[in-house]
Design a protein around this ligand. Sequence first.
Ligand code: KG4
Ligand code: ZN
Length: 349
Amino acid sequence: MRILSIETSCDETGIAIVEGEKTASGFTFNVIEHALLSQAKLHAEYGGVYPNLAKREHEKNLPILIKKFEHAEVDAVAVTHGPGLEPALWTGIEFAKKLAEKWQKPLLPVNHMEGHIISSLVKKGEIRDVRFPLLALLVSGGHTEFVVSGDWFKYRIIGKTLDDAVGEAFDKVARMLGFSYPGGPEISKYAHLARQKKLISTIKLPRPMLYTDNCDVSFSGLKTAALYALRDRGGIQKLSSDEIAAFAAELEDAITDVCIAKTRRALEETGARTFVLGGGVAANAFLRESLAQVIKNEYPEVNFRLPELSITGDNAIMIAEAALARALAGIDDTKTGEVRAVGNLSIAG
Ligand code: KG4
Ligand code: ZN
């Protein structure tokens, strides 16, 4: 089965064609073609993503990207219908509807977060031997949630952020440090440097909700603490580049400590046999490696799955893979009626 997919939920415009098959122990995927245009540079000028600006860019980018795919022969068209920025989502949906009509093919709505989970399970083009229950920690610019799945395509949220998402915390503190949007990768670069040089930050940040009796997290306190600490030092201009690097490492440490503590709790609560880290922040090397260590040392029976680095950020391949897995498993997503954008769409259905 071949699917053309469209992703426009945030600031990446993506189109892909992926071919998929069901196997005895999972699925195989073959990426036939894919294209991605990032708006990050444009949004950097404004310090963040603005929905109407994102929408305008998707409207401009989709007709450019589709040129590569015009002669495609596919069995269905898939499109992200949420969660995300509604004006941005609608652009992709309207575009996908026209393609599906033109080619007389079904239109399949995909949940963006399910795309992050399914694509994180793929290794060398294959998903095999997934053991349930599966626990996913999804960390992106807009979301931070612990999702448990007892079986394919069935999800329950057992914890989430009460305020800012992990990516948002990275981006907001990065902005205070004068880094451009998206700040996560910049923080990570400086933090790495600080660890190499064994620099220790004199500014300490809190580890919010570390000991609360649930899997919820909160990161807005980190942002406020960072703001006050920087102000107390007389602003970033008073900090040396080594101090800034050490502070970036402290932020990464604080976020990672919270993620690890809550992952332990979630693993124990769910008895998960597979653990997935997904979403844009899954690109963070320190978080990946720290979680991998914890799983290896403390939960050796848990299978840890990470997305390949090329697809941690938003892209259309993950949307095609989720649509393919569902269709190949016999789920008929055309039945839900007209496809609409749902900004706060939950994975728990
Ligand atoms: O999943 P994603 O591409 O878009 C959303 O659906 O939000 O995630 C984007 C987020 C941004 O906040 C960005 O700063 C963060 O992922 N990010 C990182 C890294 N790479 C991307 N955060 C920390 N370290 C990184 N290496
Ligand atoms: Zn995402």
